[in-house]
Design a protein around this ligand. Structure first.
Ligand SMILES: Nc1ncnc2c1ncn2[C@@H]1O[C@H](COP(=O)(O)OP(=O)(O)OP(=O)(O)O)[C@@H](O)[C@H]1O
Ligand SMILES: Cc1ncc(COP(=O)(O)O)c(N)n1
Length: 289
């Protein structure tokens, strides 16, 4: 376990859906926290029957049970950071927002999960307004992929300029930092073989890229990225250090997964990849990790 400056153990909470296949959701988040030496607690918002081939069933956890899980963790475990993933529907969004407001924590990383890699919806179509109005103002870091940013902003993102405009619009909704993830597209990047994420802090655009790994074993990359950022914030890293470190960890976990063979569909990434601490980033620059 890693300690904070005051010698306390770093603690993080994930509020997300359970993935029975073990690659995404709560399972990916807890594995990621452990890889970073951070103690992980959880609040399950939905139970999915899922594997690498797709989502077979979803059971939404009743909102009073979601509230109670969050209260139980806040009362006793007192996390230093929170990752928010699958929220399923408007009632769950409102419940999670209410409990987060009460807890008043500053390190909340929001991954606005909408659709699983296989195409199954993980959020009802009428939830966008509630997500924008209730969850975004509570986020320190917001991590949409390109399709999610398109839904939240209601325009299509084809170039880096479109992505910058989306980041500016989403930042106005309240997050300290907006990251438009480039896992889904090579938008505006001169290197087609790179996966570049755009980071906006309200003043400057910073980008973080790695080589794009030509792999189908990328189930849970978004969950892992956001929980790695939450882990780094619990460890008192700056936001840019957290993002750079998380980005490199996801890349290493995708590369490591090439060695294994789990499931017949979109395989999971390897959370046992080692963590390398990345420091010394300056806002406004482009980084190749
Ligand atoms: N093939 C790849 N090679 C390298 N990096 C990748 C690849 N795919 C995704 N990434 C990186 O993984 C992180 C998560 O991005 P991605 O766009 O896949 O999120 P996501 O779509 O929300 O994930 P998920 O499908 O798990 O919800 C980003 O930092 C992205 O750049
Ligand atoms: C419970 C849960 N949360 C999030 C995702 C998104 O991950 P992916 O897009 O890789 O399927 C998922 N599939 N399941």
């Amino acid at each position: 376990m890693h300690l904070r400056a005051d010698h306390s153990v770093a603690r993080a909470l994930t509020i997300a859906g359970s993935d029975s296949g073990g690659g995404a959701g709560i399972q990916a988040d807890l594995k990621t926290f452990t890889a970073f030496g951070v103690f992980g607690a959880s609040c399950v918002t939905a139970v999915t029957a899922q594997n690498t081939r797709g989502v077979q069933a979803i059971h939404d956890v009743p909102t009073d049970v979601i509230s109670r899980q969050m209260q139980s963790v806040f009362e006793d475990i007192r996390p230093h950071s929170i990752k928010v993933g699958m929220l399923s529907n408007v009632a769950t969004i409102k419940t999670v927002a209410r409990e987060l407001q009460r807890a008043d924590l500053k390190n909340v990383v929001v991954d606005p999960v909408m659709v699983a890699k296989g195409g199954a919806p993980l959020l009802t179509a009428d939830s966008t307004d509630a997500l924008l109005a209730e969850i975004l103002p509570l986020a320190a870091v917001l991590t949409p992929n390109v399709p999610e940013a398109e839904v939240l902003c209601n325009f299509s993102i084809r170039t880096i300029e479109d992505a910058k405009e989306a980041a500016i619009q989403l930042k106005r909704r309240g997050p300290r930092i907006v990251i438009i993830k480039g896992g889904h597209a090579a938008w505006g990047d001169s290197r087609e073989d790179s996966a570049r994420d755009l980071v906006y802090d309200g003043r400057a655009f910073t980008t973080f890229a790695t080589r794009r790994v030509p792999s189908t074993k990328t189930h849970g990359t978004g969950c892992t990225f956001s929980s790695a950022i939450a882990a780094c914030l619990a460890l008192e890293m700056s936001e840019l250090e957290a993002i750079g470190t998380a980005k490199r960890y996801v890349y290493d976990a995708i590369v490591a997964a090439a060695q294994w063979d789990i499931g017949a569909g979109h395989g999971p990434i390897d959370h046992t990849a080692s963590v390398e601490w990345r420091r010394g980033f300056t806002a406004g620059k482009d980084y190749d990790l």
